[in-house]
Design a protein around this ligand. Structure first.
Ligand SMILES: [Zn+2]
Length: 768
């Protein structure tokens, strides 16, 4: 053996050897229950972060342990297309080249992002290998594989037929100047100083930066503990407005900040995100007063047709004139949301696709709730169960459409002749044109209903009016479609005919990743599905128990009537060394690569596992990583010492199995008894997902029982041949126990010890 263990040399070639020998593929054994884990797919174009390493360390530990126990063991790797995140990264790159996504049609943009992801995809896969993940690469899945898309489409079709899908209104970020919607993460936020208007509102004075949306108010809100207004809560009050007098109900809700303005706010569910949420809680009417051109509609009475900015000026003047304006604070600092081009975002309620989660004819969520409540699915640590159950109880209908291009398109088509009022946004030469499709297809003297961005305001038609577009022109540059709540549609993967336009929204990423246990195993017909479903353990970070775990359980029951997994293990978040959340701007991000380079994969994996006691969040355990690096050196030196003693022994050292037990001394019997106890303890702790305790037990035994005590005794022994046989047995048993935790160094040592087999990873796991 070399003097010191060199992780940089050993790790690469050992992984290649394991993979080449096919150890990562399951060995079928009809007598044994399979053990299966599906890897939560990291972002395909991303880089490994400490959370991913922890995930791989835990899953690989479970997988190697079960594989050594002789279970048919399968671990399927995958990567996620990460819709929004990837699109943003890609768009940043476009921006550097002076381009924007609106210069591309949907199809071209999708293809460009596909290329971008392919170029970057190798990195994360390489890192999975580097971390020692013993996954079955032949079953690798990407969330945009054709097979995945097909399953997701089929599920959607079934749900439409089962009447579990509907179109309803949902709050989105809309830019009236661009004529399109943006997802939350696409927005820019900017601090601005604007006037804050204090208006008289019945018996109240209330503060707002948006007096022009008052025509859409459907309640007045105060904080539940605000004594000043307690007597009004639940009452209808009369308000004198600019279009006459009206009544509004006063509600009490936590979202009101008693310190903002006077502690009273108007609630406009149609044009404010917080108000929309409050509206859902209090069943308030949603009353839109701004149209898709950014102008006030007929509900604003005499202000109809004015742009938001013009309307605000006019409303303020009229309120002042009528004596309804108490005061104006001109220096109010607040945050506004902007689109990529820097226009002000108008929160709007627009039609969206929804899943009915608890319909009277069929409940999508109830079986998923009961599975955990009745213990058919067990969550570790157990105290996380309450998070799951509460979420399932409170779950409302699930909005599943997103405005990203990079994702799985919702397989829906609209017949144009039946849907002339549907608005579209499309690219035409250097222009972006938005408007109702029926209107766009006719030449018009009045182009006002169209929004055209580009160098000129109008695209002239042959008759001197605005241009009439053909459906082909619209479809060719199509970017977004805005169907109405009641637009008629057909579900189909491919276009049902030339007279149809496609839905442009893509599925919420959780709609497809919620079917991960099904798509990875080839539901409904593949052998893998029949053999490995339901899977054994879903191991993931606790922060996605609602977003992801609950969705997988719902889809699992909906499509197969079975839970997708037996156990859920939720690991904690890895914080920075300083205890704060890792963030680029704080400069405290721990880069796993640095630790791999310096201390090796085994030490990094073991350090993280030791840190994750009971699934709680923890600070990156740098000290433990270093401690386990020392531990690696220690067990390497123990191996060298055993080999040296054997060489120096005068008598040939027998194999442990052939030694007559009567020859064991008191010390031998004691260490073998302790070894049995250790094996049992490791087994019990692993069964209960207490990885840190199992790791600690092996560490203590190897360091203190073997190195500090037993080896010292062996040095003094007369019958060295017997003592060395016992020592080698105890040491090798510990290497096997340790292998799932520290796969590389245990294999590197194993390969140099006497009587070794092909690989430690296919040795049977020690039993007491
Ligand atoms: Zn814009």
């Amino acid at each position: 053996m070399d003097k010191a263990y060199n992780h940089k040399i050993e790790e690469k070639h050992l992984y290649a050897m394991w993979e080449k020998n096919g150890y990562f593929k399951p060995k079928k054994n009809p007598k044994k229950k399979p053990f299966t884990i599906l890897m939560p797919p990291p972002n395909a174009s991303g880089k490994m972060h400490t959370g991913n390493v922890l995930m791989i360390a835990i899953e690989d530990l479970l997988i190697r342990w079960h594989r050594m126990k002789g279970d048919p063991t399968l671990w399927i790797p995958g990567t996620d297309h990460a819709g929004t995140e990837t699109q943003i990264t890609f768009e940043k790159q476009l921006k550097k080249q002076g381009k924007s996504r609106f210069q591309y049609s949907r199809e071209d943009l999708y293809n460009e992002i596909w290329k971008f992801v392919q170029d970057n995809k190798g990195q994360i896969e390489g890192q999975m290998r580097e971390m020692g993940a013993s996954v079955d690469w032949s079953r690798y899945r990407f969330t945009l594989d054709d097979a995945v898309i097909k399953t997701v489409h089929t599920t959607f079709d079934k749900m439409v037929k089962d009447d579990l899908i509907y179109r309803g209104n949902y709050m989105v970020n809309y830019c009236p100047k661009c004529g399109t919607t943006y997802s939350d993460v696409e927005l820019k936020h900017e601090e601005r100083i604007d006037p804050l208007y204090y208006m008289k509102y019945g018996p109240f004075i209330l503060a707002t930066v948006r007096p022009e949306t008052k025509f859409g108010d459907t309640a007045i809100a105060v904080h539940p503990t605000d004594k000043r207004y307690k007597k009004y809560v639940g009452k209808d009050i009369e308000v004198e407005g600019l279009n006459g007098t009206f009544t509004l109900k006063v509600i009490a809700d936590d979202f009101v900040d008693p310190k903002f303005g006077t502690g009273v706010v108007k609630v406009t569910p149609a044009h404010d995100k917080n108000d929309y949420e409050a509206g859902l809680r209090h069943n308030l009417e949603v009353k839109p007063v701004i149209d898709l051109n950014g102008k006030l509609n007929e509900k604003a009475g005499k202000y109809a047709g004015l742009s938001v900015n013009d309307a605000r000026k006019k409303v303020v003047l009229d309120l002042e004139e009528k004596g309804l304006m108490e005061k104006i604070d001109l220096k109010y600092l607040h945050t506004v949301s902007l689109c990529k081009a820097g226009h002000a975002i108008e929160p709007m309620v627009l039609p969206n696709w929804f899943v009915k989660v608890d319909a009277p004819h069929k409940s999508f969520k109830k079986p998923a709730y009961e599975a955990v409540k009745k213990g058919k699915i067990k969550i570790f640590p157990k105290w996380r169960e309450i998070t799951y159950l509460r979420w399932m109880e409170e779950m409302r209908d699930w909005p599943i459409s997103r405005q990203n291009v990079w994702g799985i398109r919702i397989p829906v088509w609209y017949k144009v002749a039946d849907n002339l009022k549907v608005r579209v946004l499309f690219k035409y030469n250097e222009f972006n044109v938005a408007g109702e499709i029926g209107e766009l297809m006719q030449s018009s003297k009045d182009g006002a209903k169209r929004i055209i961005t580009g160098d000129q305001e109008k695209i002239a038609g042959s008759d001197g009016g605005t241009k009439a577009f053909t459906l082909a022109e619209i479809k060719q540059g199509l970017q977004r479609v805005f169907p109405l709540v009641d637009s008629s549609f057909v579900v189909a993967n491919d276009s049902p005919g030339d007279e149809f336009i496609p839905e442009t929204d893509t599925f919420d990423t959780w709609f497809s990743s919620g079917q991960w246990p099904l798509v990875t195993l080839g539901y409904p017909d593949a052998d893998d599905f029949k053999t490995y479903y339901p899977t054994s353990v879903m191991e993931t970070g606790w922060e996605i128990i609602r977003l992801w775990v609950s969705r997988m359980v719902m889809f699992g029951y909906y499509l197969t009537d079975k839970p997708p997994f037996e156990y859920v293990y939720l690991h904690g978040m890895v914080r920075a060394i300083d205890g704060r959340k890792m963030s680029k701007s704080l400069g405290n991000v721990v880069n796993p690569e640095d630790y791999v380079e310096q201390y090796g994969v085994d030490a990094l994996r073991m350090g993280l596992i030791a840190g994750t006691a009971n699934g709680k969040d923890f600070n990156f355990p740098k000290d433990r990583v270093i401690a386990y690096k020392h531990f690696g050196n220690k067990i390497w030196n123990m191996g060298r010492f055993i080999l040296m003693m054997r060489e120096q022994s005068e008598k040939e050292v027998p194999s442990f199995a052939t030694v007559d037990q009567k020859k064991f001394t008191k010390e031998d019997k004691a260490v073998l008894k302790e070894l049995d106890a250790l094996i049992k303890k490791v087994d019990t702790e692993l069964e209960k997902f207490r990885f840190a305790d199992a790791a600690e037990a092996i560490y203590q035994f190897m360091w203190h029982t073997i190195a500090d005590k037993y080896i010292e005794q062996v040095k003094e022994r007369e019958d060295k041949d017997i003592a060395l046989a016992v020592l080698l047995h105890v040491y090798m048993t510990n290497l096997k126990l340790l292998h799932p935790f520290m796969p590389f160094i245990t294999e590197a040592i194993y390969q140099q010890m006497p009587e070794h087999g092909e690989s430690i990873m296919i040795e049977p796991y020690p039993t007491a």
